[in-house]
Design a protein around this ligand. Structure first.
Ligand SMILES: [Zn+2]
Length: 471
């Protein structure tokens, strides 16, 4: 995560630009040397213990689902996810190291002076500094990003990209940052000059507004930079999604799918937009690697986010968290400037050359707030889970989808571990909740449905790309 991403992480909620992606462990093998199957095959097979009847037991049904994951698969999934705990720390430390390097070497001051020689307009000088800082930060962090985003993803069989594709996506990401970052930070520094010690109040209000705007624009303008989107062809999946949308008053006929399989093996979907831009998006892994009950279950969850207005509600919650973080940054930055500002040739809090110092404080605050931010998100996810079970009435589909996600998310964490590190309920929690729902709804028709066969695979032809919906 680069420094700008850190800065924006409170804002760009729901910026589901890169749909997640799951996994085949390329070179992971069992003790006997045969490759470990990372994914479950398409189609839904309901374990006998999860069939309704007088002796139905939610705990036993849950265990039957958990047992679908082989010990080798589980070990791999635990290792991948627990490694992610350390990545949080390393991301933070490497971001700090880059910022310290820019400050102590004098590079930050030189970039500021260079920008000043180019223009006498202060806002433009800040924008130029920010663009240089982002470009240099990208280059300095590239080896780490390459390990984290490419090498490690391949080690665990989660990425389907070659180096060229990964680098292209990284550069597009940087280009988007270069369009958004300089004007936003130039505006922030104008606020620092105008409001003095109250700049963090103005910054928080601006960040909240920017977060809302990004939520509206990202699905329409940013997501298509990374993937092709086109209408989902007529058929049982489209019919089922539209039926679920009508039943839950999602005002749209726009059901699209996108080629996430060019980046990842993970399954995902989302409902985005508002008013005329509302759109249901499924990734091609979900369409081609699961089953109809699972798709209905996943879409029920995604529609829950929409109906429960999580976009706006989480923006408010994270807006408050961000305001607190900016306040801490204000205090921390002033203290650090008083102590080291002279030696580092920094002129004050409105000096863009001090930006790396502010980023150190801000990223430290966000690092410490990780459990809070995860818990805010996880609570909304749990609500969407409950909504989705009631909307789709596919407890087995949801349990199976949760097991698919558990090939790369630790299946059964301890309670404290879930609070600190999980931004979604764990696989265990989701399967267990599905089985409790099933225990109370044994007459639900899908509980006795026959095995759901895999769907006939659909071919994603990028040439038939749909133009993204304009607002
Ligand atoms: Zn969700």
């Amino acid at each position: 995560m680069n420094a700008l991403k850190m800065w924006l992480c409170g804002l760009l909620l729901a910026l589901g630009v890169m749909a997640g992606a799951p996994a085949f462990a390329g070179d992971a093998t069992t003790a006997s040397g045969s490759p470990i199957a990372r994914d479950f095959p398409p189609g839904l097979v309901i374990p006998d213990a999860a069939r309704p009847g007088p002796h139905f037991d939610a705990d036993k049904a849950t265990q039957a689902y958990l047992d679908l994951l082989s010990p080798e698969q589980r070990k791999l999934s635990d290792a991948y996810f627990e490694g992610g705990y350390w990545l949080l720390l390393w991301d933070f430390l490497i971001g700090v190291a880059v910022a310290v390097l820019l400050l102590v070497s004098g590079i930050s001051v030189r970039m500021r002076d260079f920008a000043r020689r180019l223009t006498r307009r202060r806002w433009l000088g800040v924008a130029i500094y920010v663009a240089l800082w982002m470009g240099l930060g990208f280059v300095l962090q590239l080896p780490w990003s390459y390990y984290e985003g490419f090498v490690r993803e391949h080690q665990y069989g989660l990425s389907t990209q070659d180096v060229g594709g990964w680098l292209r996506d990284s550069l597009v990401d940087l280009a988007v940052g270069l369009v958004i970052g300089p004007p936003v930070l130039a505006t922030l520094y104008a606020a620092v000059r105008k409001f003095g010690a109250r700049w963090w109040v103005a910054g928080s209000i601006g960040a909240f507004a920017l977060g809302l705007v990004m939520q509206m624009l990202a699905p329409v303008y940013l997501a298509p930079l990374f993937n092709d989107y086109k209408p989902l062809p007529d058929g049982q999946v489209r019919t089922a999604v539209l039926s679920l949308a009508r039943a839950n008053r999602i005002p749209t006929e726009h059901v699209v799918w996108f080629n996430a399989s060019k980046q990842t093996t993970r399954v995902s979907a989302n409902v985005s937009g508002f008013l005329g831009t509302t759109q249901v998006s499924l990734n091609d892994n979900l369409v081609n690697k699961t089953s109809l009950p699972e798709i209905r279950a996943v879409l029920g969850h995604e529609m829950g986010h929409y109906v429960l207005n999580h976009g706006l509600r989480l923006s408010i919650y994270f807006g408050l968290v961000f305001a607190f973080a900016l306040f801490c940054t204000h205090r921390g930055l002033d203290a650090a400037l008083a102590r080291w500002g002279g030696r580092l040739k920094l002129e004050g809090r409105d000096d863009p050359a001090a930006l790396p110092l502010a980023i150190i404080v801000l990223s430290a605050v966000f690092f410490l707030l990780t459990p809070l931010n995860n818990s805010i998100t996880r609570q909304a996810e749990a609500e969407a889970d409950a909504f989705g079970l009631n909307a789709a009435r596919e407890p087995n589909g949801f349990a199976m989808a949760a097991m698919r996600l558990s090939t790369y998310r630790k299946l059964h964490p301890g309670p404290l571990e879930e609070i600190i590190f999980y931004d979604h309920p764990s696989g265990y929690t989701r399967v267990h909740n599905s089985m409790i729902w099933l225990a109370e709804n044994q007459d639900n028709p899908t509980a006795n449905a026959p095995v759901a066969a895999p769907l006939a695979p659909l071919k994603f032809d990028a040439k038939l790309n749909a133009s993204p919906r304009k607002p």
